[in-house]
Write a protein of this length. Structure first.
Length: 245
């Protein structure tokens, strides 16, 4: 669905991502882990077309990905969330999702028509809220949502664009155990017909949900493979996991 082929990104003399290759496959959660500064978020930005690579390429269904605006990425079927909350706080949960859906379903000919009358985007927004369990918060302003609900809303905004690929940058950050478990269950449901890249520091969650794990260090891939193989890799344990995992 989405792949990195020898992706490299330099910022002056700093190599933030160094010849990284990986593949995101349908019905698979591919976790990306590593210490802060390992290059994970930069890699997501490259895969999402928000940063041009210095070398290598990101491929969408085998075709090279060109740097594009977020709405273009939505039309390609790529949705992403960010480390920090990225919602319109004064808008309701539904309005946030409807705005996201409009990026996938542009209607330039309806410039003077109220957006609420766009049935397709409204239906997509309603479905997305239902999937993440926010139907009862449909009309609640985003500013009134809890931290966990806002993170769920961000995922719903992605889902409203009907993506085939989800790039999730630390969706569990700041969550308690109960909220984290709800998101883990949501990811398990979402994997059935999507490719998911999960950047996360919660190792319990990663090993509970990931089908494949890639470990980054200093911008490069340190190890990649099935969770148990990565867990047992002595280089990974020394550099990142430690003896407690």
């Amino acid at each position: 669905m989405l792949a990195a082929s020898e992706l490299t990104r330099r910022f002056g003399g700093l190599v933030a991502v160094d010849r990284v290759s990986l593949e995101l496959k349908r019905a698979e959660i591919h976790a990306l882990i590593g210490t802060n500064g390992a290059g994970k978020s930069t890699l997501i930005n490259l895969l999402a077309g928000e940063l041009p690579p210095s070398a290598g390429a990101a491929l969408v269904r085998g075709e090279p990905l060109r740097a594009a605006r977020p709405e273009h990425m939505a039309r390609l079927g790529i949705g992403r969330t960010f480390q920090r909350s990225n919602v319109f706080f004064e808008f309701s949960a539904f309005e946030n999702c409807r705005l996201a859906a409009q990026a996938r379903l542009p209607r330039a000919w309806a410039l003077h028509e109220p957006a609420i009358r766009c049935r397709s985007s409204s239906e997509a927004a309603t479905r997305a809220l239902e999937v993440v369990g926010l139907s009862e918060r449909h009309d609640a302003p985003a500013v009134t949502l809890s931290h966990g609900e806002r993170r769920a809303l961000e995922i719903a905004m992605c889902l409203a664009t009907e993506p085939s690929v989800l790039l999730l940058d630390e969706p569990l950050a700041g969550m308690g155990a109960e909220e984290s478990q709800r998101v883990i269950e949501l990811l398990r449901r979402l994997r059935s017909d999507r490719a998911i890249l999960l950047v996360e520091h919660d190792m319990d969650a990663v090993f509970a949900v990931a089908d494949v794990i890639t470990v980054m260090a200093d911008g490069a891939v340190l190890a990649s493979g099935l969770p148990e193989a990565v867990r047992a890799d002595p280089t990974v344990r020394e550099a990142y996991l430690g003896d407690g995992i």
